[in-house]
Design a protein around this ligand. Structure first.
Ligand code: UGA
Length: 434
């Protein structure tokens, strides 16, 4: 099929590369010329496992082409919209890119096209978009909401092996187009109306975020009553009605999706006259979890003022260089505010200059350099590099009291204690608040 993908962000670029790899002729429109040029030259602007190889293949066999002008999408059978819908400070979803692209599409289309909305948009928006932009040419443009469930770090795998494909449409013919487009993907197709499909995306992310905040609350309680979150979460998750995923206690969720979508859904709820109390609590618990970590570290060290702390990990999870809404950003800021000196290391992520690197913060290119002369360390991201670190060597470089706050419960408490560290996890028995 001849497909155009609008937007070469995480979702759009993965979609474009995977569709081209499946044999479709793909045009990817990226209006940032610099980024577009980078892609034409085979460079992926962020790290995503397997993506650069797919990009190279698509460019080489001519199945994938990049342009910065949307007019190249004019004669496609399918146009997939994958532009950003970032969060405003009040939680509102910024739809300006969607509106711009919809207006451009509606103006240029002269032959029948299926318009697939991949961007995460508030429930009800698809119907509004049709009324606002497609009324004059509804006979040409068939709209379908088709949210994505890709995880950063395994997006290519998730593309080919999703647990379901959700399709929201009022036009039965579009389902056949989707079947053709995804003919090499063997997942169940869930067909529904547009608003419901839009809601599936928000409900899925909000539910996963709820599981995380719930287990973090249980972890905090475990510390107070003398229980250990690790065996608790394991046994709770063995109940198939609950499931073992997303019960990993720690510093809470980050990234470009959960924070944005939970705040977005809360805003949408309020806008519609509903107070989503559970979701408000999920968001609050997640924010508080970072403060809990600072409080713990401060108690273990007596004070943070004048102490040197190593921050291990900047990215919001391993396998990605994405630091958006990562707990590391809040934790570094709070440490510096408390008067600590911070040295940080991440195997992949960097803190860009424009993020306002505070005074008292240095970025290291080696994990042991980051730990040298530190009174304490906090593990923010469960990178393998930290799990498998030579903690004995690190011990000889750090200075007393050699506190380790394991913000992801990924280290071996017994091993670290035996080496002479003062270890604390999140809700682990050995990391109890005194
Ligand atoms: C998430 C969803 O998992 C995807 O299905 C969805 O498509 C995507 O958002 C999106 O909306 O585009 P992602 O943001 O890549 O994907 O990250 P996850 O792997 O879901 O992790 C999110 C955060 O939760 C991370 O900070 C992770 O450390 C944290 N987390 C996850 C926990 O704290 N505990 C857990 O048990 C699991």
């Amino acid at each position: 099929m001849n497909v155009s993908v609008i937007g070469a962000g995480y979702v759009g670029l993965v979609a474009a590369c995977c569709l081209a790899n499946s044999g479709h002729n793909v045009i990817c429109i990226e209006n940032n010329r610099e980024k577009c040029l980078m892609l034409i030259n085979g460079h992926v602007p962020f790290f995503e496992k397997g993506l650069e190889a797919l990009l190279a293949r698509g460019l080489e066999n001519g199945k994938l082409n990049f342009y910065s002008n949307i007019s190249y999408a004019k004669y496609s059978e399918v146009i997939m919209v994958a532009v950003g819908t970032p969060s405003q400070p009040d939680g509102r979803v910024d739809l300006s890119q969607i509106f711009r692209v919809m207006s451009e599409i509606s103006e240029m289309i002269s032959t029948p096209v299926t318009l697939i909305m991949k961007s995460t948009v508030p429930p009800g928006l698809g119907l509004q978009l049709q009324q606002r932009f497609l009324n004059g040419n509804s006979h040409l443009i068939s709209y379908v909401s088709n949210p994505e469930f890709l995880r950063e770090g395994r997006a290519v795998k998730d593309w080919y092996d999703p647990e379901r494909i959700v399709a929201g449409t009022e036009i039965p013919g579009t389902i056949e187009i989707l079947r053709k487009l995804y003919n090499d993907i063997g997942a169940p197709l869930c067909i529904m109306d547009i608003s419901s499909a839009e809601m599936v995306k928000y409900a899925s992310n909000a539910f996963l975020a709820t599981k995380i905040s719930f287990i973090n609350e249980i972890a905090n309680l475990c510390e107070l009553v003398g229980a250990d979150i690790e065996p608790v979460a394991r046994a709770v998750g063995m109940d198939s009605r609950i499931g073992s995923h997303f019960l990993q206690a720690g510093l809470g969720y980050g990234g470009s999706c959960f924070p944005k979508d939970t705040k977005g859904l809360d805003f949408i709820s309020t806008l519609n006259g509903h107070t989503f109390n559970l979701l408000k609590a999920v968001i609050e618990v997640n924010a508080r979890q970072r403060v809990v970590a600072i409080r713990k570290l401060s108690r273990m060290l007596g004070t943070l003022c004048g102490k040197r702390i190593a921050v291990l990990g900047l990215s919001f999870k391993p396998g990605t260089d994405d630091i958006r809404e990562s707990p590391s950003l809040d934790i570094i800021r709070m440490l510096v505010d408390e008067g600590a000196e911070v040295s940080a290391f991440d195997p992949m992520a960097r803190l860009p200059q424009h993020r306002g690197i505070p005074q008292g913060f240095i970025m290291c290119t080696d994990v042991l350099d980051a730990l040298e002369s530190c009174h304490g360390a906090v593990v923010i991201t469960e990178w393998r590099e930290f799990v498998e670190l030579d903690w004995e060597k690190a011990h000889s470089l750090m200075i007393p009291p050699r506190v380790v706050l394991d913000g992801r419960n990924c280290l071996d408490p017994l091993k670290l204690s035996a080496l002479g560290y003062v270890y604390a996890g999140m809700g682990r028995m050995s990391g109890k608040l005194c």
